[in-house]
Design a protein around this ligand. Structure first.
Ligand code: IMP
Length: 206
């Protein structure tokens, strides 16, 4: 593993909603942040893993190898307890690749009511992997945000399953809460704080 510190960090996601959440939390690092949009020619990496960690690591490794940049990649999803953790790593594809999120949410609410269970607990999970310029994974950070599934979607903020996720200690869904609140308590915020602190340490150690 190289000890040379980077001047640039590739944020390896094509999801603009995620980039918007990640950027503000990384601006204080002495790194210029690059985005996958700047590399239209590189191959998209398929999420073939069965865990969030595997997917985050395989994306970070492959994009770092392709760009020769230190790379931060994440994998995340929603785990619904009464559905045995589904949709989990399949959150983005749940119900089929062509569904809209309105349709995906409806499907999830239908499946949950079909279980007959009163247990509406769920959690968002995020794993962030950092690879160095050689494609070696040098850090994995996990964040979770516990909550419950609302009876019907509410709010238009955020993305994905935000309109049906009510984080613990709040009454509004992520779709209703202000972005500033989500940026403090989300699974991504928690994982990113650990990843940011890892990177910060690398710079302080020199
Ligand atoms: P990924 O891009 O493979 O990490 O897919 C993550 C999927 O999980 C997203 O497309 C959403 O469906 C869901 N997801 C992850 N984080 C969030 C969030 O903060 N809000 C809503 N949905 C999320």
């Amino acid at each position: 593993m190289t000890n040379r510190l980077p001047t640039e960090l590739l944020i390896a996601t094509r999801n603009e909603g995620k980039v918007a959440e990640l950027r503000p939390m990384l601006v204080e690092l002495p790194l210029s942040l690059r985005s996958l949009k700047e590399f239209p020619e590189i191959d998209e990496v398929e999420e073939t893993g069965t865990t969030f960690s595997e997917n985050a690591a395989l994306k970070a490794r492959s994009y770092a190898e392709q760009t020769r940049l230190w790379t931060l990649s994440d994998d995340s999803g929603l785990e619904v307890y009464a559905l045995g953790g589904a949709p989990g790593v399949y959150s983005a594809r749940y119900g089929g690749a062509d569904l809209s999120y309105d349709e995906r949410i409806k499907r999830l609410l239908d499946e949950l009511s079909q279980t007959g269970s009163d247990d509406r607990r769920a959690r968002f999970v995020c794993v962030i992997a950092i690879a160095n310029a050689q494609g070696e994974i040098i850090n994995l950070s996990t964040g979770t945000c516990e909550g419950t599934i609302a009876r019907a979607p509410r709010g238009t903020n955020g993305f994905g399953y935000d309109p049906i996720f009510v984080p613990d200690d709040y009454e509004q869904t992520f779709g209703e809460l202000l972005a500033e609140i989500k940026e403090k308590i989300s699974h991504r915020a928690i994982a990113l704080e650990a990843a940011r602190s890892f990177l910060q340490n690398q710079f302080s150690l020199t």
